[in-house]
Design a protein. Sequence first.
Length: 460
Amino acid sequence: MGRRPGKQIAGRNLDTEIAIQEGLFLARQSHSYEYYQRALHSLAGGVTSSWQITRPQPIFIDRGVGSKIIDVDGNEYVDLHGGYGAGLAGHAHSAIVNVVQHQVTIGTHFAQPNENAIIVAENLAQRFGLPLWRFTNSGTEATMDAVHLMRAATGRELIIKIEGCYHGHHDSVQVSVAPDGNEVGLIDHPVPVPASSGIPSAITDLTLVATFNDLSSVEYLLNKNPNKIAGLIIEPIMMNAGIIKPEPGYLAGLKQLLVAHGALLTFDEVKSGLAAGPGGATGLYGVRPDLICLAKAIGGGLIVGAVGGTHELMQCVVDGTYEMVGTFNGNPLSMAASRAMLEMVVTPEAYERLETLHRRAVRDISGLITKYGLLAHVVSVGAKGCVTFSATPVRNYRDFLAIDDRFNHLHWLVQLNGGVLLPPWGKTEQWTISVQHSEDDMSLFIDNFAHFAEKVTRVL
């Protein structure tokens, strides 16, 4: 882990170096500053999502082309932010552009099904191994429906979620998303903590919390609440704390435990989805849940979510036990873009290219970590990766809490000032390589990391 403030980096401490990089950032962002000041009068907080409130100020974007994104000041960046993972196709991919342009000319909304919805559902069924699907408009809606379905199918009210996992912003999962270390309780018996104000205690009472990579914490809850738990929702690869992979046997063990107690298993693959591989984490680890939630990358940059389930579970939708509704579900624009994404963008050849770029990023950044003696390591899966500023593997949220996020912030600033856009809040987020990124893009990313490493060599 990083040392405390006051340790020097070539005569400057870490906080001083961050201030210098923030100054460079602001010097390049005068128009973004003007937009931000204007937006404060009509947009709450000056942004359209609270996660866009970045230090020292938000970045307003003008356009994206291929692997690049250009801000309102004309600064061009290699886009490894990827819209928090939605940008697997990159920007203005011809396959997506062509089908969306065509669909606009023949209708943008009918609130009735169309052929593309069938084709997308068939493709997802083949990729993820679950036969029946419904569409939503976001990952939040997908996980909300999944929680409702688990409760409807079992007649039980309690659910389990994993400490540190984010599943959207509906009430049932706004619990223990990123709690402070002084309120989490024991690691084997985490305390449910509201993620923000506005979450009634009655909600947290219905949401139990377990620890990632710890089967005993789940077993404890199942035994303590016999015949009361509807199911568990989990990111099979945690992606709200950098990237934390499941340990061997963990996901299979979860399924076995839940089946034994008559409870259900939902994989939230909103982030991992197509990004981890053609069949997501489900395909990588070979464990089939009862429900899968998808969003982000499957829409090729358009708004879409999806829920897939077993015949037995989705029968609750078929027979009306649970009504899965939404005016824009299966919207023609989203379905056209999703079909193009699945059939023409994330092809076997595209995955081979992604793997080549992924391997290079991991190899070269890991080499720089070794060269400069940083107490850090790379964690990656498919198109996703992150630098975790810890000398030892991070197994769960408690390990993640110990990381000093100033290193992530400095890395984000150095990359940004060097022409690479990563997600802000770098301690929790990860990069996304798109199908349109090039070797030159990766070279800039790696060179910027070397520049960052030089600055912190004697701090980590």
